[in-house]
Ligand binder design. Structure first.
Ligand code: C5P
Length: 255
């Protein structure tokens, strides 16, 4: 029995490193449900992501709940508005002490620049660190045909994602949110220091739901993603803790 102990310690150390790359999406309707998930899952993820559903229902107290539990917080509201409005919204998130937040590249270069500048200025005023500003490229739920037809964009979906990623980098964002299918190309043009956060993660055999451009956790890491965003594959699993552990095990093999 005692011989197992060192293995367990090594496993726990490795997990501590890899868990920083896992972001769990709290797409639930109430603060109570969010709390339960954070309490259950904080050993397995460095960051929790709050998106439109939970933030719209419960507001900024969700941020306080997560910070109070010692985890990092990613507010994913995909701001897309005129530069002045987005700058104000980013300043408000900086004052709440979030670690990461999203703006949408479709808002354009001026809007992205306004978000980056507002974040830096407000953090300086507060004497804190600015959050990572991440620009959302092409949503993981789009597929090629409908993207071209409905958006009327002449480029392929992949070319559009790369074009937006480069624009976001030039505007000064810290990184992008992109599907695993575009990670390798974006890494190729934007370089190793540009953060790539990747949703659209599905363990082999898991239901796709509304997502189209997906990969397994291991494949997405091997493609070059810095962080993986996983929602339903963990939060809707019969045992979310076990699902998170399985994903971390797979990530360990591919890092
Ligand atoms: O449940 P699932 O793992 O599909 O959740 C993915 C999460 O990532 C959701 O919270 C969704 O809003 C977010 N997201 C995404 N695609 C993007 C940007 C964010 O799926 N391009």
């Amino acid at each position: 029995m005692w011989r197992l102990k060192p293995c367990k310690i090594i496993w726990e150390r490795k997990i501590k490193v890899i868990r920083d790359k896992l972001i769990i999406a709290l797409d639930v309707p109430t603060l109570e449900q969010g709390k339960r998930l954070v309490d259950q899952l904080h050993p397995y993820a460095g960051t929790f992501k709050v998106g439109l559903e939970l933030y719209t229902a419960e507001g900024p107290r969700v941020i306080d709940m997560i910070k109070h539990r010692g985890s990092k917080i990613f507010v994913d509201l995909k701001f897309h508005d005129i530069p002045n409005t987005v700058a104000g919204a980013v300043r408000a998130l900086v004052r709440k002490g979030v670690d990461m937040c999203t703006v949408h590249t479709a808002g354009g270069r001026a809007m992205l620049k306004a978000a980056v500048e507002a974040s830096r200025e407000e953090a300086q005023r507060q004497g804190g660190t600015p959050p990572k500003i991440l620009a959302v490229t092409v949503l993981t739920s789009w597929e090629e045909k409908s993207f071209r037809e409905e958006m009327g964009i002449p480029r392929s979906l992949k070319e559009q994602a790369i074009t937006w990623a480069l624009m976001a980098q030039e505007a000064g964002t810290d990184g992008v949110v992109a599907s695993p299918w575009e990670v390798e190309d974006i890494r190729g043009v934007c370089g190793p220091r540009f953060i790539i956060v990747t949703p659209g993660i599905r363990p082999r055999g898991a239901p796709l739901g509304d997502q189209c451009r997906v990969m397994t956790p291991g494949e997405a890491l091997a493609a070059g993603a810095d962080y993986l965003v996983v929602g339903r594959a963990i939060t809707a699993a019969p045992d979310p803790g076990a699902a998170a552990r399985d994903i971390l095990e797979e990530m360990l093999k591919f890092q």
